[in-house]
Design a binder for this molecule. Structure first.
Ligand code: SAM
Length: 393
């Protein structure tokens, strides 16, 4: 496969940068220049596009950059999935697989928003967690110079491929294969850390490797929901900040390159009751900040889609590590009913969180703060009235 000439790609790069500016994701000249000069197609020569087959099964069909038509596909504001979990991916066609995505080139508008939020300045040293394709590292190199950029990915093959691509466009950042929750050991202090995979809590290594006053930006995954937080670290190692206006979610950090983490789940009891509720599935599904508040209120709880084997009807289900669950239907006549098994209090707590959120005017996600203390404990709070939730360590 030969990659298209840069002259052919240039108008596509400029068009993507223009689109991101108009959307408000790019807010400064420096990042506009980076997006207009770094060729995404070099970093994403292959990707997988999602298709749903006639049985409703999602398959990933491979696409390649092999002509100008495909360039249009790469220079869109879309996430391009580039890796599938080898433990679950199954080939179902000559160029199609099932499986859980384990690497991607992030949605460009999300990347641009995060890079702007990071607040890098000339001369800053930046650590990226999750090298992936190398595209975001290249953007950082274009902005700061390769010598100031470090990046870690748990998958050695991704690091090797990214290094070749980065060198191919003239950048030579420090890349390391390994678990990015350990940061980049022995590389001195960073001014900024940006993570493109999610973590359940901020790793100690990141705090230790940031200079006092340094900033980190990461997706914290809190069970039911999660979000991007931008935290400043003080001289004592306390990190404090906010959920950013830029919203987005990332795949979970894994400690093993060969497989995607999957939670051990207990047996769930049969339904023990049902009752009317004012908290409906469409309300939960359509309100990201509500899901965040539910996540604050209900630690160790997940929110999953549930499909009834008998009727095929879909529901949203809260489920906890002790087996308790509660579900509300997504469609049909019973949307005002909750069915539960195990602890009835699970749904009651969700209703209380919803009542609080509605009562204080349905605040958006960027109205919440996030803090991590020096002992690793963390809490979130509502900026307006100070209501606070401690997060499990
Ligand atoms: C959304 S992709 C990164 C996108 C990348 N920044 C780019 O521009 O292409 C997430 C990446 O995080 C990596 N990852 C997952 N767990 C990790 C860990 N513990 N340490 C470092 N990287 C990890 C994955 O292998 C994957 O490549």
């Amino acid at each position: 496969m030969s990659l298209p000439d840069w002259c052919v790609a240039h108008p596509h790069m400029a068009a993507l940068a223009g689109e991101l500016k108009r959307a408000g994701a790019i807010r400064t000249r420096a990042w506009a220049d980076a997006f207009a000069t770094v060729p995404r197609h070099v970093f994403v020569p292959h990707w997988f596009e999602q298709e749903t087959d006639e049985r409703g099964i999602t398959v990933w069909r491979q696409r390649s950059v092999d002509g100008e038509g495909a360039l249009t596909a790469v220079y869109r504001d879309v996430t391009l999935v580039t890796g599938l979990d080898p433990a679950t991916a199954e080939q179902v066609d000559a160029d199609a697989w099932t499986g859980i995505p384990t690497s991607s080139s992030t949605l460009p508008s999300l990347m641009a928003g995060m890079l702007e939020d990071l607040g890098v300045q000339d001369g800053h040293r930046v650590l990226e967690i999750g090298t992936g394709t190398g595209y975001n590292s290249a953007l950082l190199c274009a902005r700061l110079g390769g010598e100031r950029v470090h990046s870690v990915d748990v998958d050695q093959a991704l690091v090797d491929a990214a290094r070749d691509r980065l060198r191919g466009v003239g950048f030579d950042p420090q890349l390391l294969p390994g678990d990015g929750t350990q940061g980049y050991p022995d590389a001195g202090f960073f001014d900024r850390i940006i993570s493109t995979c999610s973590v359940p809590s901020v790793p100690t290594a990141w705090i230790d490797q940031l200079r006092s006053g340094g900033v980190l930006l990461t997706d914290v995954a809190l069970g039911i929901e999660g979000g991007l937080v931008r935290l400043s670290v003080d001289a004592e190692g306390r990190a404090r900040g906010f959920f950013t206006t830029t919203a987005g979610r990332f795949m979970a950090a894994r400690s093993d390159a060969r497989t995607y983490p999957s939670a051990e789940r207990p047996e769930r009891p049969s339904a023990t009751g049902a009752r009317p509720t004012a908290l409906t599935a469409p309300e939960i599904r359509s309100n990201y900040p509500l899901r965040l508040v539910l996540a604050f209120q209900l630690p160790a709880t997940e929110l999953v889609y549930y499909v009834d084997d008998m009727t095929g009807e879909m529901a949203l289900q809260l489920q906890r590590g002790d087996g308790s669950w509660a579900r509300v239907p997504l469609t049909g006549d019973n949307q005002g009913m909750v069915t539960f098994g195990g602890d009835e209090g699970l749904w009651k707590q969700a209703e209380e969180a919803w009542a609080w959120w509605s009562g204080v005017g349905r605040p958006t996600h960027d109205r919440f703060g996030y803090a991590r203390e020096t002992d690793g404990s963390a809490y979130v709070w509502h900026l307006h009235d100070g209501t606070r939730w401690n997060l499990p360590g």
